[in-house]
Design a binder for this molecule. Sequence first.
Ligand code: NAD
Length: 350
Amino acid sequence: MTAPTPSEKALVPFVSVENMMRLVHQVGIERLLVELTDVIEEDFRRWPLFDKTPRVASHSRDGVIELMPTSDGEIYAFKYVNGHPKNMGQGLQTVTAFGLLAEVSTGYPVLLTEMTLLTALRTAATSAMVARKLAPSGSTTMAMIGNGAQAEFQALAMKSVLGVSRLRLFDIDRRASEKTKRNLDGFCFEIEICNSAQSAIEGAQIITTCTADKQFATILTDNMVGSGVHINAIGGDCPGKTELHPDILRRSKTFVEYPPQTWIEGEIQQMEKDYPVTEIWQVLSGQAEGRTSSTQITLFDSVGFAIEDFSALRYVKNRIRGTNLFQEIDLIADPDEPRDLFGMLERAKS
Ligand SMILES: NC(=O)c1ccc[n+]([C@@H]2O[C@H](COP(=O)([O-])OP(=O)(O)OC[C@H]3O[C@@H](n4cnc5c(N)ncnc54)[C@H](O)[C@@H]3O)[C@@H](O)[C@H]2O)c1
């Protein structure tokens, strides 16, 4: 007796790393970042509809493994993601991820995909979405401190969404800056590799900090940061892992994704509990003010929130429709007679 053929619902579209790379190249990375920025913004504007919870984190000495769930009542999504700063020394990625989208009405998955690349894309798109709202108008220069896996994505999102054309790079490992400069050849940036964070931020309207170290690090001190800049702080995203001196936060207007999660993981974990924060979804939906003066320092204390992954998964699901950029995998046991799961198993005996 042969095994029964799985029904249509049992076959779940799966986007491999190879197919994700093909998707990015077919769409074009800059166009994709612009489209993804708009999709994330669309979901942030309907923020109250979503189920929200701080991500579920399993911490260890070497890093963290997290689950990030959310739902808008029609679609459910979760991402599995890790953060292991020491991985790089063993030739492994600091951050890897995969994720799933399911329909709420049946609970059946409708997409399974790699999300290591997709996380880098959605993190960059989120940074650009926020900078588009808060950075000084006409920003053309970004300092990029930490030139690891996320760096080129951040640079390209700021270019395609805001028109940033000059990059000032700094990393404690010069080879990382050289890698970033080399990878961005051909994207029409003017790039300078700097010898310190202090020198990198000279003349920059946007400062992105994107380092990985599991400690209270001080990538920027207060005296380094001039008035009027936008700080896009994405590397401090775990308890005990921050990048900015608290005095910078005291001078800044700080914007966050989901306060209950950011208080645990973001730069604001260093602050007193009455430190004021503005939720970025409220700014995007016109319910709160963003930048209120040209001399104000705006700070996006980014930690990465589940709705960004939801949007990215939703985007990929729509984008692969009608293409050959996915495989159908036999993920869900789905017997012809729903109560006959055991019968299905028995009939599969060889
Ligand atoms: N907020 C979010 O949504 C989000 C999403 C993805 C990653 N992250 C975080 O962003 C950070 C960077 O991720 P990645 O994948 O690029 O990591 P990575 O390990 O590939 O790169 C980190 C880089 O930072 C450099 N670095 C470390 N300490 C530094 C210092 N003091 N000054 C300058 N450079 C320094 C390292 O040499 C390395 O090149 C991680 O901490 C990660 O957890 C945040």
